[in-house]
Design a protein around this ligand. Sequence first.
Ligand code: HPA
Length: 270
Amino acid sequence: MYQKLMTCVSSVREKTDFKPEIGLILGSGLGDYADGIQTEAVVEYSEIEGFPISTVKGHKGRFVFGYVEHVPVVIMQGRVHYYEGYAMSDVVLPTRLMGVLGAKKIILTNAAGGVNETYSSGDFMMITDHITTAVPSPLIGPNLDELGERFPDMSEVYSKRLQEVIRKSAKKCGIVLKEGVYVQFTGPNYETPAEIRMCRAWGGDAVGMSTACEAMAARHMGLEVCGISCITNLAAGMSQKQLNHKEVQETADRVSEEFKKLVTEMIINM
Ligand code: HPA
């Protein structure tokens, strides 16, 4: 896996020597953030040897390197999901790649179902912690000693310092920010109402099919991590409606301007 990662690094380095400070992963419907930045280089995933390619509609598949104000960033426009059939170690390969390319901090974003009964569709939730009991750890397998230790601590996956930055950024943008625990499931099916009741009993506030595994891989390699969920729908059984990807995308579209403002403010202040 380390060799594979290094091959990916070489592929990217053939295209650009840009050194990002912050890595940003864009979730469903939030992908067009990358179109608005001062772009220095674009690398399609298909140009990277051995790289997993996202197959989800609405997800592009490329790294955009550039500046937000004066901050050098790398943006993943389209992530890879476990439900696409990749091994967890491949799912987190892009995250690790951003770290090896130089990123010290990482912002994870996603579309998520609201589990907390006080949440509404269109809310933003800052991720304060996560539960990954329902998915395999991305760290299973031989440890990548070059990146981090065998038994990494996970008592502060989401940096308290960055959480404070996000609170201040949201306030400055006039955005009401929820805070909560993200629960990762495998997908691609949405959850059952019983699973959502279980999430709530576990202490979960939002549910989704990504992010927490990436956060773990990033922590393993010592990156500073933060995350924002866009609550695109109430989770299964919480409304009369059935769940569908169209609703997820429509909500993400509806709040995308606010989302962009928030992310930009965060990047400037991180
Ligand atoms: N469940 C899982 N993933 C999701 C959801 C959901 O309700 N909404 C957006 N992504």
